[in-house]
Design a protein around this ligand. Structure first.
Ligand code: CP
Length: 530
């Protein structure tokens, strides 16, 4: 069996780790596999069939469907299936997840790790950290599959959901009209829809949730950017009164375990707003079908059990589809299938725009190169610090530069008028004893104080001048922190994961930074702990 397909060694941390064409390929192959199995056909072309290939199922949060469908999919592949028992593992001795998995990589020539964890972004971190490490150590690059990370994403659930919708729509991907009903705030399966629904060419989404459980703005923005048509309603009653209800409804349970006290005490009334009732039956489209990632809360299901034996029940077949889609995902990432893939692959990170540019030296723009009252004859002058910002911010920025760059040597600083106007100020730091500035420090300076200039002065003349823009990435500073307490990099988890921010490159991204691991978006000022 050839094991060199184009997806070999890739990981799935988020839905977008597969391009839309790659997702469509997954659905096509899952359809083929399911049909071949139903017809009693030959399935060997889908199988990894290697007892040395290790599938590790690491579930640090509870699961039935995801864990069991992956376990069965791994059994289908005739590989080594390992159910990691976290309760009796050395996690109890404070071992990090990075150390744990690093060690497991050594137990087989090739491994696939399926991980469910509350640590958001954990699979992306492991993929980026342990992938190169494994290759250096002579192991195959391990594959990571996110089986649900906190409130972040659940990509394999998304793929089985889209597969189920396509199946319902006769494999036509031209359009979908879908209602998302329930806890849209905490539900990672509905968050993943913001990208997953791109498998359809025209998308209309009705969001049905009380304000306390509304879809976070980030995902609503993403849906709009993806061209989805959106409507929002606070309850099912409001939705049905508006008319034009969707033929496909996707319910979610209220995730009480993730709610704060203030929302929790309103749980019964919130649940009522998104629970289907008998009297609603006459007001939904005749061909409607309901889906749910499950589990349902048996005490108070949003899809009540009186619907189980009706044609509305799409959720039972949906959960069974998890087996086929996950078997295909494993086959793709092991390189068994994919040779017949055609279309656009996942886009690689593009070249990053330079943020340090050498600027022309203009005589009239000569900075005030002063230490005390003496001009700097030779040394460095950092100019235009927080230019045009309020005075307090300029002083804070000066302080931040000094601390981050460790400028605890003979030097001076101050706030001066800028030549941009009478009420415009800027900060200046002059350092006579520094003759050069390494690339790392230049990056640090750009990260701490975008927009400033660095002047190299020799014999009273500026001989080099650099203008520093906002860098495309900011990382490797002790003074950075992701604000998401569930992020794998958050210090409270003591996982020793580097904080790493990537500037949003899209139009409108401005100075907004996204955590490389959990994808939480931050303003530039929010990424610093200083
Ligand atoms: N849908 C889903 O993730 O179910 P489990 O929590 O049972 O895996």
């Amino acid at each position: 069996m050839r094991r060199d397909g184009p997806f070999k060694g890739r990981s799935i941390s988020v839905v977008n780790d597969l391009s839309v064409d790659e997702q469509r390929y997954l659905y096509r192959k899952a359809r083929e596999l399911k049909a071949a199995a139903a017809a009693g056909g030959d399935l060997s072309g889908f199988r990894i069939d290697d007892p040395d290939y290790s599938a590790y199922l690491i579930f640090l949060e509870n699961s039935t469907r995801t864990r069991e469908s992956f376990r069965n999919a791994a059994a289908f592949h005739r590989v080594r299936v390992n159910m990691f028992d976290s309760a009796t593992s050395s996690f109890a001795k404070n071992e990090s997840i990075t150390d744990t998995i690093k060690m497991l990589v050594g137990y087989a020539p090739e491994s696939c790790f399926v991980i469910r964890s509350k640590l958001e972004g954990v699979c992306r971190w492991l993929e980026e950290y342990l992938g190169p490490w494994a290759e250096r150590e002579g192991h195959a690059r391990p594959v990571f599959i996110n089986a649900g990370d906190g409130k972040h994403e659940h990509p394999t659930q998304e793929f089985l959901d889209e597969f189920s919708f396509l199946e319902r729509l006769g494999w036509k991907d031209d359009s979908i009209h879908l209602a998302l009903v329930g806890d849209l705030y905490h539900g990672r399966t509905v968050h993943s829809k913001a990208d997953g629904l791109k498998a359809f060419r025209n998308v209309k989404v009705d969001l049905v949730a009380p304000p306390e459980l509304a879809m976070p703005a980030y995902y609503v923005d993403t849906m709009r950017k993806n061209g989805f048509e959106l409507r929002s309603f606070d309850s099912l009653d409001e939705y049905l009164a508006a008319g034009d209800a969707a033929p496909i409804w996707y319910f979610t349970r209220l995730q009480l375990e993730r709610m704060g006290e203030s929302v929790l005490e309103k749980a019964p009334q919130l649940r009522r707003a998104v629970t289907f009732r008998k009297d609603m039956l006459g007001r939904i489209p005749r061909d409607a079908r309901f889906y749910h990632p499950l589990p349902r809360d048996r005490r108070a299901p949003t899809i009540p059990t009186f619907l189980d034996d009706t044609p509305l029940n799409g959720w039972d077949a949906q959960s069974a589809n998890g087996y086929w889609t996950r078997a295909v995902e494993m086959a793709m990432l092991a390189g068994v299938i994919g040779h017949d893939f055609q279309g656009e692959g996942k886009r690689r990170d593009g070249a990053e725009e330079p943020f340090v540019v050498e600027a022309p030296i203009l005589k009239r723009a000569k900075p005030e190169c002063k230490v005390g009252i003496k001009p700097v004859d030779t040394g460095l002058v950092i100019d235009h610090i927080a230019s045009g910002r309020p005075l307090k911010e300029i002083w804070d920025r000066i302080d931040k530069i000094r601390r981050v760059l460790g400028l605890d040597l003979r030097s001076s600083h101050g706030v001066y008028h800028s030549n941009r106007g009478p009420e415009v100020f800027k900060g200046i730091i002059s350092v006579p004893d520094l003759r050069s500035f390494g690339e790392k420090d230049l990056k640090k300076l750009g990260a701490v104080s975008p927009g400033c200039t660095l002047n190299l002065v020799e014999d009273h003349e500026v001989v080099r001048k650099y203008r520093l823009g906002m860098p495309p990435r900011i990382y490797n500073f002790g003074e950075l922190s992701c604000r998401n307490e569930n992020c794998v990099s958050h210090r409270s988890h003591e996982e020793s994961v580097d904080t790493h921010f990537v500037r949003r490159a899209d139009a409108g991204g401005g100075n907004r930074f996204v955590c490389r691991w959990c994808e939480r978006e931050h303003d530039y000022s929010e990424i610093w702990t200083l």
